[in-house]
Design a binder for this molecule. Structure first.
Ligand code: HEM
Length: 388
């Protein structure tokens, strides 16, 4: 019988955005307490930090239920991120096709146009903040297009997406954004029911689960997940990749000389600085991981970021290595909830990196305005000031 350790690690909601560097903590947990009961954002949970254990938790949806995400229901409503088994499968199927590789590939030229318009706005300035002016505005415009939300409202959507993500920090603001999204979407849903087109909102409006159309509330709840999921992740990946390229001497020159290395830079950055650090699960039966017994009905937190830097899986894991060539990181999750936006994120990131390298190959970090990668739930640089 293994004794359960007492909670030792505690985080506050503000840490979500500002935590400087959790990786030394993860390394010490992997070494001494690979499954540890902690208080995380005022909830008790078992943190799982080794690669093999995190992969097991993600892939075993029977034992590790996603109902733990029901804490998000208050702000998001009920959607696939909280569902298990058949219910999850049926709801996911309705929209899956819109995120299929072929459907996304058809949008490539639209994405290229958007990214070049974004670069046009600062290309003549000689300096820019690549997070605010380049990485951030891109994915929200793409997800708005795919979803079928009027493109002129994407700035508003960005603010709502951020407020929903920031729910644990500012509950009232999160709830306000949640209501605002509903008011905004209801007339569009009614329009799509009457006259469906080729977008996600139409698929949801006419889609059925067990012969029943989705309700307005179900559709709005899905959109409350989709918008932050599409907007709040890929921009972080693009920002962290540019940060890595600009802060590792010689890396940018190497990638400029051999553009096939853009794919390496993106993949290695996903491993090294995953945008989403952990996800949530709940045990459906008593289970033992790494010798620690976890009773039924307890929250479990598989820490993707820690798995990605597990020294027993990746040699010298804290080093960003352009030539590592490892593509088995867990940054898109695993099992049934594997990221629905996987193809979209990949194509967006590749298009963004290629465009900026084509247009501004003389990029340099602005030495007067340094930046670093921060965050605990989501990580990326808050700014990336460059000259060119
Ligand atoms: C670098 C970019 C991205 C990363 C790192 C990422 C990461 C993840 C992770 C870790 C999960 C699993 C959640 C869980 O197991 O509980 C997930 C699920 C999901 N992602 Fe992404 N994501 C990214 C981009 C996107 C984009 C662009 C979209 C837009 C379509 C998206 C939509 C979703 C959705 C809808 C789910 C829920 C899937 C389900 O529950 O079945 N993601 N993502």
């Amino acid at each position: 019988m293994t004794q359960q350790p007492e909670p030792e690690v505690s985080f506050s909601p503000q840490d979500l955005f500002d935590f400087p560097d959790p990786y030394p903590l993860f390394a010490s947990l992997r070494a001494s307490s690979p499954v540890l009961r902690v208080v995380q954002f005022r909830r008790e949970t078992f943190m799982v930090t080794r690669y093999d254990d995190v992969a097991t938790v993600l892939r075993d949806g029977e034992t590790f239920s996603s109902r733990s995400n029901e804490q998000l229901t208050e702000v998001m409503g009920r959607n696939i991120i909280q569902m298990d088994g058949k219910e999850h499968q049926k709801h996911r199927q309705i929209v899956q096709y819109a995120f299929h590789f072929k459907s996304i590939a058809a949008l490539e030229s639209y994405m290229r146009d958007v990214i070049h318009q974004i670069i046009d706005r600062f290309a003549a300035d000689g300096r820019a903040d690549l997070v605010e002016q380049f990485a951030e505005p891109f994915p929200i415009r793409v997800i708005a297009k795919i979803a079928g939300v009027p493109i002129q409202d994407f700035e508003q959507f960005k603010r709502w997406a951020l407020d929903i993500i920031g729910f644990t920090k500012d509950r009232e603001r999160g709830l306000e954004a949640s209501r605002a999204i509903e008011q905004f979407l209801l007339p569009i849903i009614a329009q799509r029911r009457a006259d469906p087109v080729d977008d996600v909102l139409s698929r949801l409006a006419v889609g059925e689960v067990d012969g029943q159309r989705l309700t307005d509330e179900e559709i709005v709840s899905f959109m409350r997940l989709l918008l932050p999921a599409g907007a709040e992740t890929t921009f972080r990946w693009i920002g962290s990749t540019l940060h890595a390229l600009l802060h590792h001497p010689g890396a940018l020159e190497e990638v400029l000389a051999d553009r096939a290395l853009v794919a390496n830079a993106l993949e290695e950055t996903l491993r090294w600085e995953t945008p989403v650090l952990f996800v949530g699960r709940e045990t459906t039966r008593p289970v033992t991981i790494a010798g620690v017994e976890i009773p039924e009905g307890r929250a479990v937190t598989p820490v993707i970021a820690s798995a990605n830097r597990d020294e027993s899986h990746y040699p010298d894991p804290d080093r960003w290595d352009l030539h590592r060539g490892a593509d088995d990181h867990l940054s898109f999750g695993g099992g049934r909830h594997f990221c629905l936006g996987y193809h979209l994120a990949r194509i967006e990131a590749r298009i963004a990196l290629d465009a900026i390298l084509d247009r501004l190959p003389t990029l340099r970090v602005d030495p007067d305005r340094p930046s670093r990668i921060v965050g605990l739930a989501f990580r990326s640089p808050k700014s990336l000031h460059v000259t060119f």
